[in-house]
Design a protein around this ligand. Structure first.
Ligand code: FES
Length: 100
């Protein structure tokens, strides 16, 4: 049985990533929900460079984003909950550079 079939009936929750609704299977971490929303740059470095998850286990701090109004949350460690609001912290200039 493929993963697609196993996941098709899985319970889901809906979160919002930068205002965009994203439906994810229960148990999905926020970092994965951000990626599923098509966002690859989670935040900007102090020099304005785009940053995204590296370790996936709470060590590198590169996945930080604002979750439910709380800044600098490590999204790789947070399981999505229904109605969770996730906002990445990439500046508009970085976002346009990443999109190009
Ligand atoms: S991806 Fe490294 S702390 Fe989250």
């Amino acid at each position: 049985m493929s993963n697609d079939i196993q996941m098709s009936g899985a319970p889901r929750v809906e979160v919002r990533v930068n205002g965009r609704a994203v439906s994810v299977p229960v148990g999905t971490v926020a970092a994965a929900a951000i990626a599923m929303a098509g966002v690859t740059a989670f935040r900007s470095s102090v020099r304005g460079q785009p940053r995204g998850p590296i370790c996936g286990m709470g060590i590198c701090m590169e996945c930080r984003a604002t979750v439910n109004g709380q800044p600098l949350r490590r999204t790789c460690l947070m399981v999505c909950e229904q109605g969770m609001e996730i906002n990445t912290e990439v500046t508009a200039s970085i976002a346009s550079a990443v999109a190009a």
